[in-house]
Design a protein around this ligand. Sequence first.
Ligand SMILES: *Cc1c(COP(=O)(O)O)cnc(C)c1O
Length: 389
Amino acid sequence: MKVSNDSHIETLAIHAGQSPDPTTGAIMTPIYQTSTYVQQGPGVHKGFEYARTRNPTRDALEANLAALEGANYGLCFSSGCGAMTTLMLLYGAGDHFVVCDDVYGGTYRLFTKILSRLGMEFSFVDMSDPANVEKAITPKTKLIWMESPTNPLLTLIDIKKMVALAKSKSSGDRRIHTLVDSTFMSPILQQPIRMGADFVLQSTTKYIGGHSDVIGGFVGCSDKSLYEALQFNQKSIGATPGPMDCFLTLRGTKTLPVRMARHSENGQKIAEWLEKHPKIERVSYPGLKSHPQHSLAKEQMKGFGGMVTFVVKGGLPASRALLEKVKIFACAESLGGVESLIEHPAIMTHASVPKEIREKVGIVDGLIRISVGIEHIDDLIQDLEQALK
Ligand SMILES: *Cc1c(COP(=O)(O)O)cnc(C)c1O
């Protein structure tokens, strides 16, 4: 089946990049579990030489995700971190990067503990105000790294404004690229490439895979030379996913639009319920009118997703008790699966961020992050109610 890229996203999710297997007509792209491909003669082959470079199952997933993002090209990786590392190695010693300050903990660790050893320099700034980014840009700045909404505080970054800023500071050979880690939204709720970003990055482990059974990463871009450089890095560095992982992820994309709709619906209801609860100090969710960037959220996102962050009254003892008492919500890191998860950023996902920086950005000890799944809303609310009691 051939779909055009202007089909609706629900149709693209199921059909883009997929065609019946040429050998058997199998409707699902098979798991091409092979490391190499037989050549008819030296250098005479069907486009596949060695599976680190290309694999048909991976090709199908890459084309599918690129179509969902509205990007001309897409590349898949063995994890979100593998995607980030491969992308960052497009740059080198002496290059400077402006990064949002409450970036995903693993991103922060990669940048400050590994890539800084290679001579790359990072400035972490509050990007809710574009003026901070403008101030941080130096003649060596190569990339503005955004995450929107941020993790775990769900602060938004105005993507179009950042893209315009990067363009205004670029001239001739000097280019400042823009990247959005859009993991919390998936391509269903936010499409940074369509807003002018050079790169979109996804941890496909989260919403895209959606079933908590596979680790993966993705980068989409529309510029041919950037794509070719990244593809060269992909095969040279080798953080590539196996065909089984690609198959599972591809199975996830088919239901992504339906799942995101339910995640957003449940997320909104829980956020509104929490906001009225006497034991809750405050709630952060882009779909709430009380979110300081609610109007930006309505403008750049197509829905508000399933991530909700809140502060429980009573600090660490109270937040710890809540995590111990829930029955349906599972206490676990990660997010974006069909099942609801609850976690404590200061102890779990963001423990690699030093305490003084955590507190500066607002990751206090009473802060809890939930990934609202697609269970029945009444059961989820009842579970939080009994645990808060
Ligand atoms: C999980 C995550 C990553 C890293 O992805 P992995 O697949 O775990 O390597 C990057 N960014 C965000 C926002 C994430 O949630």
